[in-house]
Write a protein that binds this ligand. Structure first.
Ligand SMILES: CC(C)(COP(=O)(O)OP(=O)(O)OC[C@H]1O[C@@H](n2cnc3c(N)ncnc32)[C@H](O)[C@@H]1OP(=O)(O)O)[C@@H](O)C(=O)NCCC(=O)NCCS
Length: 172
């Protein structure tokens, strides 16, 4: 289990975060949904992706993924509460050595305290341990804050389509 202690400040309070990251489970699923509902209220596709990550067929039948070789989600926990969600997946048709970041969100009231970075650092480790050379993420021009976040963590813009943007980070 990964653990981190930070003492970032926020507008409301100064707090020391004690974060763990754990695989998503049926026990944490509802709280994970709550985080995503609060952080990404205009979307609901994360519902099926998170559920699919818990089933033994790993994404078979998800139309927008075309089936996955790998599909996993994790939750970040602070004081027994789910505060963030992230995931990683490898669609069947992806060229070797690319994986994709799944739905990633942090509870809105605790943004900018390093939780997102903590979770992505964990994903980077996971991907590297699987010899994944590039991590890509879909985002949207509607999410400028997320774009700032990804850029800060070393992602650079790739080809996008319409409102959708692709950002990529070289890991190896
Ligand atoms: C994107 C998101 C996960 C970031 O989580 P977070 O815990 O707030 O991010 P961190 O505190 O780890 O930020 C790390 C760095 O990213 C950058 N960053 C993060 N949020 C930012 C923002 N709103 N504006 C500008 N830069 C930002 C900063 O450089 C930050 O470091 P700093 O606070 O020391 O300046 C969070 O904003 C979120 O849940 N957004 C809504 C859901 C979403 O849009 N998900 C992505 C869908 S594609």
């Amino acid at each position: 289990m990964n653990r981190i202690t930070t003492n970032k400040t926020s507008k409301e309070s100064k707090s020391i975060l004690n974060l763990d990251i754990r695989p998503l489970s049926y026990a944490s699923l509802l709280e994970a949904f709550q985080v995503l509902r609060e952080a990404l209220p205009s979307d609901r596709r994360w519902l099926i992706d998170l559920l699919a990550s818990l089933n033994p067929w790993k994404g078979i039948g998800l139309p927008w993924l075309g089936g996955c070789e790998y599909l996993r989600y994790w939750v970040s926990i602070e004081k027994n509460r789910v505060v963030g969600v992230t995931g990683m997946y490898i669609p069947r048709q992806t060229p070797e050595s690319i994986s994709w970041l799944g739905w990633t969100a942090v509870r809105p009231e605790i943004h900018r305290r390093g939780i997102g970075k903590f979770m992505l650092d964990y994903i980077f480790q996971q991907a590297k341990s699987m010899e994944i050379a590039t991590l890509a993420v879909y985002t949207s021009i509607k999410h400028p804050k997320a774009i700032a976040f990804y850029q800060k963590l070393g992602f650079f813009p790739g080809k996008g389509k319409g409102n959708y943007l692709v950002y990529k980070k070289t890991l190896l």
